[in-house]
Design a protein around this ligand. Sequence first.
Ligand code: AMP
Length: 286
Amino acid sequence: MTTPRVLKTPDEVRWFERDLRRRGQRLALVPTMGFLHEGHLSLMREGRVRCDVVAATIFVNPAQFGPNEDLSRYPRDQEGDLTKCGQAGASVVYCPEPSTVYPPGYQTYVSVEQVSQGLCGGRRPGHFRGVATVVTKLLSLFRPDVALFGEKDYQQLQVIKALAKDLELGVEIVGLPTVREADGLAMSSRNVYLSAEDRARALSLSKGLFAMKAAAEGGEANVARLVALGLAPLTQAKVKVDYLEVRDADTLAPLTTVTSGRPARVLVAAFLGATRLIDNLALTVP
Ligand code: AMP
């Protein structure tokens, strides 16, 4: 394992990218906010399978946090993250300062209209505008062949697919399955916030989703009944639900029935104390 090279400025990224092109190498990009876990590392490993070189980015993007959200306390561990990036096959890590990404006078933002609506877009106004802006900047700077994102943030993945297509960025957007803890909890940097008691209650999210998936596979297509099944473990664990909805897996249009042969997705967000967790799962009826 070699320790990855740390880049701090757009100029350093451009020099790196030009050098790579001169050598005819393919580049995979994995944007993250750091405090890395197996979910992030799975993206880097797959990047290494698909391309010659993997670049990761670690940037806690202020533009995607609301005024009352956890920007100031978002967990960080740059030293540990760099070691993990190296082990997962990333040879370069871009860690810009917020003032580098958004210097004084910064005024250009990217909004993806349809798939940003509702779900996290509805509950966190401006969130996907912040995500779309930083991802567009990173994709324009690195000009990767492939960029990898987790299905864990399913709506975000759809937003990024839309912007890459609409802005003709010429990058392949790859979505990879959610990596879970052994008991089913989706890995998240925010899980570190959870008390032991809340960690146990947090299991109700994946429990509800897997109950819905099993019911759909057993032939239950009625969304209201599926949602009731998914909510039961959350209610029992006294978890405050932000939303639990079934949507079309591609367009994210709301559904009242899951149709055979048309992929659907259930998406959930819930509060465990002050910590907001999200999860989602594919639903298919036979
Ligand atoms: P974040 O650092 O939370 O912004 O996440 C960076 C990337 O890692 C995003 O593409 C996420 O969707 C992805 N990611 C986060 N958690 C997981 C997970 N449990 N499994 C797979 N990918 C994940």
